[in-house]
Ligand binder design. Structure first.
Ligand SMILES: [Zn+2]
Length: 113
């Protein structure tokens, strides 16, 4: 499962932060998952506590913020939020679009103790 290795990577990164901050444990972690990031929320939520076991992250509250795909169209210049994961402007059907938001998979904030 792809989400499981992502959870392990995340735990590894956070372990370094815990050491750097001279903290003992992570209380809460906020993660942003973009609609186009390729990360599925449910398997990630399932994988995280397993990856966190026996680390300073064990028992940390995982808060996931899912962000939608936002496209910017270079023909009509509009930024639109879309549920369809296709690279077409919903306003004018142009394919000259760029991704403004939606590919993120990142740690937004965390609380350590
Ligand atoms: Zn457009």
């Amino acid at each position: 499962m792809h989400e499981f290795s992502l959870a392990i990577d995340l735990v590894e990164q956070l372990k370094e932060v815990v050491t750097r901050e001279k903290a003992t444990k992570v209380v809460e972690i906020n993660v942003v998952i973009g609609a186009l990031s390729g990360v599925e929320r449910v398997p990630f939520e399932f994988a995280f506590p397993q990856a966190a076991q026996d680390t300073p992250l064990e028992g940390a509250v995982l808060i996931i913020e899912e962000v939608p795909l936002i496209l910017k169209c270079s023909d009509c210049n509009r930024e639109t939020e879309t549920d369809d994961l296709i690279m077409v402007c919903p306003e004018c059907n142009s394919v000259s679009v760029e991704i403004v938001q939606g590919k993120e998979f990142l740690i937004k904030s965390m609380e350590v103790q």
